[in-house]
Each structure stands twice: as C-alpha cells, then as structure tokens.
Write a protein that binds this ligand. Structure first.
Ligand SMILES: *Cc1c(COP(=O)(O)O)cnc(C)c1O
Length: 427
C-alpha cells in the first residue's frame, strides 16, 4: 500500500467523507509560506494552515524555543506544579491583553477553551446566587468549535444542529448583526439588530449566564464582518442585565483583522476571552481562556471554590514555549504594516471578481480576503487545482477565501488572489 492508499483506507480527515476523501496532497515540509509535497511540488499556504501560521511555518525563533524546551522538559503536570514556560507566556498575555483581563486558564484547543469559558460563566453566576442563569445567548452565523457545548452555540442552520437534533442543549439565537463593517451605522434598534438583544434580555435575561460571540468577524460561520457598534452597545446592554460577555477571538486574535484583537475595533473589554489558533504561530496546539479578576474572584470565593476543569496536558511547556516566541514576534509589531499592506493589495486584486456572474460579494478586512459565491463551492475543485496554481486554498460553503501568513510577499499574494479569482471564474 502506498502512503496515500494507507491514508485513504485508514485515516479520518476533518469534515471529509471517509469513503470518498477526494484529492489529497502528501506534505513533507512546511517552511515560511510554502508547503512542499512528496512529489517536490510547492504550494503557497494561503490558509495559514487553518488561520494559525501567521509568521509562516517552521519559524526559526519559534522552532528554536521549542527545541530548547524539548531538551529540558517536554511536559509535566500542572496540578500542584508550575514552570517557567507557563509563567513567561502568562507575562506576555497580561502585557498584550487589555488591563483587567488577566486570569489565565491554559488548555489544548480552541473548542476546549470555549467549554472552559462557558463553565466559568455558569460557575460565576451560581457563585453570585443566580442559580437560574445557566443558558447562553449568541448570534446566528457563529462558529465556536466542535465539542458539545461549543457546538450548541454554533449557527443552528449552517452549523451541525441538524445532524445532532435533540442531542444539543437549546440556546438563544439572535439575528446576525445586519449592518456590516463597510456600511453606515444606524442607531435605530430595529435596523441595527440590537432590538432583538434588548428584547431577549428584557424577557429571558435572568436565565442567561453569558452572551458568547466572535467579535466583528464571524469566521467558519460564513466570513461575515459586522459593524463594531453592535458589539459596543451589546456590551453595555449585557452589563446592565448581569449577563457576562464571552468573546471568541480564536480566529481573530493577534492582528488578523488589522487590530491586535478584533474587540479593539469596538474598544470594549469582555468578561472572558478565548484565544487559540495563532497563539503558537501554528506550531503546536494550544489555547487559553482569560477571565477578569471579578469572574475569577467570584468563583474562588464561592462554595464550589474551584473551576471544575483541568486538561491532562494543561500548560504543556512545549506549547507555552512556542506561544511565548510567537507572542514576542507579535509584540515586535511588524504585523501592523504587513496586515495593512495585505489588506490594500487584496482589496485591489480581488475587486475584478465582483464582475463575475456567480460572485455575490467581495470583501476584505485585515489579512482576510473573501469572494462569496451565489452557489456552494466544492473544496475538492480547489484541492485539485492547487498543484497547477501553486496556491493552497480550502473554500467552505459559499466562500473562496484566504488568510495568508502575515509574512507573505507581494508577488506571492498576487499569486493567491489570481488563484482565488480563477477559482471563482471556474465555478
Ligand atoms: C477554530 C475556531 C474554534 C475552535 O478551535 P479548535 O482549536 O479547532 O478547537 C473556535 N472558535 C473559532 C472562532 C474558531 O475559528
């Protein structure tokens, strides 16, 4: 059996038919923005390997930090023990995050960080004597991960609710904020969508532990960019009703949208934030849930006294070392100019796609470029084309999009936008 035959026969791939996985590329090396296949061919990783590899693959300072760490201590349990990699990463996070968000819980993946955030919210509410605040509110079109409770707050239509009908806990879904970031804001609550939130809080507010949302950019739920004013006003409304705000910055954190965090577009600070994906620059899995002192203190002073979560590989030193090196690159600040240059170039080079008959919309925010089609896009077409175009794209639903590493060169980015436009033409 060839390696690819073995793969097809035995390995599950994400969101892929196990009996018909479609075209599959065998990757042997990943360096900078380039992926190298076993046949020697190369492709630009326009996906940053699912939005993680913001500094490029195999980054010398991140790999160097991991190599130093692996020689000393690849892992040790975090219950009753601590270590400098966790402490150093904590210092970086406290420095980067807004003042007040500084109680850090490390976990293995984005979905788990969402589970932890939801638990924190419920435990905090119960600690405050609000026994009934056990439900969650969110907006349609969201994506928060694949574990059970995270899945329950994903979009009920384009998410996985249909498949798991009856098995997921019921949540409160608000309409997706109708005004986009590119449109003019309206203060009319019937127009800006906040009327629905106001109504929910007024009628069911005392049952709701938290509002959980992706700030400004809804990623896997449809690559939709909504107006930051929605978030700003929602923040005040939640506060007034004793509902916590959880921001899922797993996709948007660390510069992707042109600001350090997407919440900076709205100038707000949530009660709990989830970070992941680019946290280690795409080198190893890690995520974190960070709470305010108020939330942490509330849980600490409660009868339960402890947050009931503790992953086996919590604060894995190797992952902490990678994340610390990645955040040092973020703190150096080159991403600002890089992301803004990527945004300008994508705006220019994707614009011609607007005239194509099957294209519904073209939009860019920071280093996120999207061509939205009228029809569903078959990802296997993009997979098949990749060796010819030299660009690795993985469209989903109606969207042909890219989230390139910040270090992509202007020529490489032109190759990416050309591949996206030609994919849109061929559909
Ligand atoms: C990817 C993603 C998650 C889930 O992260 P995993 O590491 O895949 O579990 C959650 N929320 C958002 C916004 C994401 O983009």
């Amino acid at each position: 059996m060839t390696p690819l035959d073995f793969d097809a026969r035995h390995l599950w791939h994400p969101y892929t038919n196990v009996l018909d996985p479609g075209p599959m590329h065998l990757i042997t090396h990943a360096d900078g923005v380039m992926l190298t296949r076993d046949d020697g061919g190369q492709m630009i990783d326009a996906m940053s390997s699912w939005w993680c590899a913001v500094h490029g693959h195999n980054h010398p300072s991140i790999v160097g930090a991991m190599q130093d760490q692996i020689g000393q201590m690849p892992h040790v349990m975090f219950g009753g023990l601590t270590h400098n990699p966790a402490i150093e990463l904590g210092r970086r996070l406290v420095d980067l995050l807004p003042k007040g968000l500084d109680r850090i819980f490390y976990c293995d993946s984005g979905s788990v960080s969402i589970e932890v955030a939801l638990k924190m919210a419920v435990q905090y509410q119960k600690a405050m004597g609000h026994e009934n605040r056990v439900e969650f509110a969110t907006i349609r079109g969201g994506y928060h991960g694949d574990t059970w409770k995270a899945m329950s707050v994903c979009d009920p239509v384009n998410g996985m609710h249909g498949l798991f009908r009856g098995a997921l806990s019921v949540q409160h879904f608000l309409p997706r904020p109708p005004i986009t970031i590119a449109q003019d804001w309206s203060d009319d609550p019937e127009v800006n969508g906040l009327g629905a939130l106001q109504h929910l809080l007024a009628t069911k507010g005392t049952q709701i532990a938290a509002l959980i949302i992706e700030p400004v950019v809804q990623g896997a739920g449809g690559m939709y960019f909504y107006h930051p004013n929605w978030l700003k006003q929602a923040r005040d409304m939640c506060k007034a009703h004793g509902v916590l705000m959880i921001l899922d910055e797993i996709a948007t954190g660390f510069g992707r949208t042109g600001k350090l965090f997407a919440m900076d577009h709205a100038d707000i600070v949530p009660d709990i934030i989830c970070l992941g994906k680019a946290l280690t620059g795409g080198h190893i899995s890690m995520a974190t849930t960070v709470a305010t002192e108020t939330v942490a203190r509330g849980i600490g002073e409660s009868d339960a006294s402890v947050l009931m979560h503790g992953p086996t590989y919590m604060a894995n030193p190797l992952a902490c070392a990678a994340a610390t090196a990645s955040l040092d690159l973020i703190a150096a600040g080159h991403w600002r100019a890089q992301v803004s240059a990527i945004a300008d170039q994508m705006t220019q080079e994707l614009a011609p796609a607007r005239k194509l008959p099957r294209v519904k919309d073209v939009r860019v925010l920071g280093a996120i470029g999207v061509i939205e089609m009228h029809d569903w896009v078959d990802p296997s077409v993009a997979h098949q084309m990749a060796p010819q175009t030299g660009v690795w794209l993985r469209p989903f639903a109606h969207n042909i999009y890219c989230m390139p590493p910040y270090v992509i060169s202007s020529d490489q980015l032109s190759q990416v936008t050309a591949a996206m436009v030609s994919l849109a033409k061929g559909m």
